[in-house]
Write a protein that binds this ligand. Structure first.
Ligand SMILES: [Zn+2]
Length: 79
């Protein structure tokens, strides 16, 4: 019979500053439209796109912000 001892380690999930850049985009929620701004590191770029999209399509009033951010599990104390 083999005996084994296990140790457990706590981990926390947080944003990964060394991961990929955080990207922001905005997409139109109007049914059948599916248009979306380019992804940008500038959080305000999607809003600028949405204003222009709304000016050209006055019945497209709903938008969704999409944020892409890298996360990582960071090791903590051994239990
Ligand atoms: Zn639209």
């Amino acid at each position: 019979m083999t005996r084994a001892t296990y140790r457990f380690r706590a981990h926390t999930m947080q944003p990964d500053p060394a991961g990929e850049d955080t990207l922001y985009a905005m997409e139109c929620k109007t049914g059948g439209c599916e248009e979306r701004s380019p992804s940008s590191e500038d959080p305000s770029a999607g809003g600028v796109w949405a204003v222009e999209h709304f000016k050209a399509n006055q019945d497209h009033t709903g938008y969704r912000e999409i944020i892409t951010r890298a996360y990582r599990f960071w090791p903590g104390d051994w239990q």
